[in-house]
Design a binder for this molecule. Structure first.
Ligand code: HEM
Length: 499
């Protein structure tokens, strides 16, 4: 019996060893086929460079690598090569100069879970071009960058101020109110209506977006993106998220279906209606990208990308104001002098508020919300800097490297609005302000985000002074997590009315 058992165990060990050798051989073969990739640290045969850095702040490792290997570096996430591009010059030459070649979107399992390869954010090639062109044009028609969008943002800013007034005197966490206000702006564009704060559908959508970003930005999200099948076998928060994402998609579908029979071709009332009209227009084209799957994912893309990013930036802005009360005071002085207390801020005020404008830009620079943008993918084999980056390879544009480059900023390592001011105190633009990305895949909602940041921030500081529950020097301004995106901390604070 013992001999039989020993033979069995040995046979299993031999099979395992052969399988491991085959796997290593396959991986070696794959690695050798990428022999003209840019240089990088030596990968482990099975795990690549995975355990050489902290999943919590991978971008710091990438920054270090660029110091050793230069502006194009290859790392291996297990069996997958990733080319990291850093520095303003290299990013401009690739993302802008070779814009088409670098315009693909990497197949990120967590992005795919929410969109199934449809929509704008996680698609490439023809589909992406069609969705992007349509989204930009439609949002422009609904006033993106023009007055009517500004009116929607103002309405939400006024609601937000009223809501904060109710918390007068007691400490509160502003995170949900900010998410609610920013979420309502995108709802009014996409769904044509806003929600009440307590609306259960709205709450559920916002919770899903928030959890989605939290998981995307966490080590769990990173591991899932590398080993999706394996991680799916284990219990964890991701399973509930996947259910919630399905519900969010169902809601978007219901919103679209409800409009099918009430469409007025002469005046679409919202983004969904504009898409449905385009679907009608193209119904005889068998290759059209204007179909239900793209609509549902596109709506989710706009809602998710447009909510968490802007609201967490405002949350971070208020945190920095509490950390730097002198800056907060100077912003309030400028707002008092230019706008006063008797009217609401509007976008035309921006040119007369150079210090406030500089502060908003500096908040975004310091926050560095998307250190590696949203990962790209090569659309074809491309020569760059003497290397060949093959079609399909994932690319991380390391935006962080530009935002903290000492050659491009006066004071790159701390919060200093002077980074955006000239010697006469005028606002000074800087091309190294790349928080919205660079080139063809740069943020589709940049114009909207800029209006929101300005109107929300100035409206809040016009009415309140924000104060922390601890002395400024004890306030922690580091992020909770940072991988795909950066999540600033939540906190409790006081909003002291200025009147
Ligand atoms: C503070 C606010 C925001 C920041 C910092 C930001 C930043 C970014 C960045 C870095 C990217 C990726 C660029 C790349 O792949 O190279 C991106 C993409 C995108 N953003 Fe934003 N974003 C913000 C707000 C918004 C808003 C309000 C919307 C809503 C309309 C939006 C919609 C999108 C979409 C749809 C994409 C994908 C574009 C594509 O793949 O072609 N973003 N954003």
């Amino acid at each position: 019996m013992d001999i039989l058992l020993a033979l069995k165990t040995n046979a299993v060990s031999v099979v395992m060893a052969v399988l491991a050798l085959l796997l290593l051989w396959k991986i070696r073969g794959k690695r050798n086929s990428f022999d003209r990739l840019p240089p990088g640290p030596a990968p482990n045969p099975l795990l690549g460079n995975l355990f050489q850095f902290s999943m919590k702040e991978a971008y710091k490792y990438y920054l270090e690598l660029s110091k050793t290997y230069g502006s194009v570096v290859t790392i291996w996430l297990a069996n997958t090569p990733v080319v990291i591009i850093s520095g303003y010059k290299a990013l401009k030459e690739t993302m802008v100069g070779l814009g088409d070649e670098f315009s693909g979107r990497a197949i990120y399992p967590l992005l795919m879970k929410a969109t199934y390869g449809y929509g704008v954010l996680s698609t490439s090639g023809h589909r992406w071009k069609e969705m992007r062109k349509f989204s930009l044009a439609t949002m422009k028609n609904f006033g993106m960058g023009r007055r009517s969008i500004e009116e929607r943002v103002k309405e939400e800013a006024e609601n937000l101020v009223e809501m904060l007034k109710k918390s007068e005197g007691s400490a509160f966490n502003p995170a949900d109110m900010l998410l609610n206000a920013v979420g309502n702006v995108i709802c009014s564009i996409v769904f044509g209506h806003r929600f009440e704060f307590e609306d259960p559908q709205f709450k559920s959508l916002l919770r899903t977006v928030n959890t989605y970003f939290a998981i995307l930005s966490s080590p769990l999200g990173q591991i899932y993106n590398i080993f999706p099948r394996l991680v799916s076998l284990f219990p964890g928060k991701h399973h509930q998220l996947f259910k919630d994402l399905e519900e969010a998609r169902e809601y978007c579908k219901r919103e679209a279906q409800a409009r099918m029979n009430i469409l007025d071709p002469s005046s679409p009332q919202d983004f969904i209606e504009a898409f449905l009209l385009k679907m009608n227009e193209e119904k005889d084209n068998p290759d059209t990208e204007f179909h239900f799957d793209n609509l549902v994912s596109l709506v989710w893309n706009l809602f998710s990308a447009g909510t968490e990013t802007t609201s967490s930036t405002i949350r971070y802005a208020l945190l920095l104001m509490m950390k730097h009360p002198d800056v907060q005071e100077r912003v309030q002085r400028e707002i008092d002098e230019v706008i006063g207390q008797d009217r609401w801020p509007s976008i035309e005020d921006r040119q007369n508020l150079p210090y406030t404008d500089a502060v908003i830009h500096e908040v975004q620079r310091c926050m560095d919300i998307a250190p590696i943008a949203v990962p790209h993918k090569m659309m074809c084999d491309t020569k760059y800097n003497g290397y060949v980056i093959p079609k399909g390879v994932m690319v991380f544009p390391l935006l962080s490297s530009v935002l903290i480059d000492p050659n491009l900023w006066k004071n790159p390592n701390c919060f200093d609005p002077e980074n955006f001011l000239d010697a006469d105190g005028r606002f000074q633009k800087n091309d190294a302000f790349v928080v919205f990305g660079m080139g063809k895949r740069a943020c589709l909602g940049e114009a909207l985000a800029r209006i929101e940041l300005f109107i929300f921030f100035t409206s809040l500081l016009q009415h309140f002074t924000f104060k922390a529950m601890v002395p400024p020097e004890e306030l922690d301004t580091t992020s909770i997590n940072c991988s795909f995106g950066r999540m600033p901390r939540t906190y409790e604070c006081y909003a002291i009315s200025k009147k």
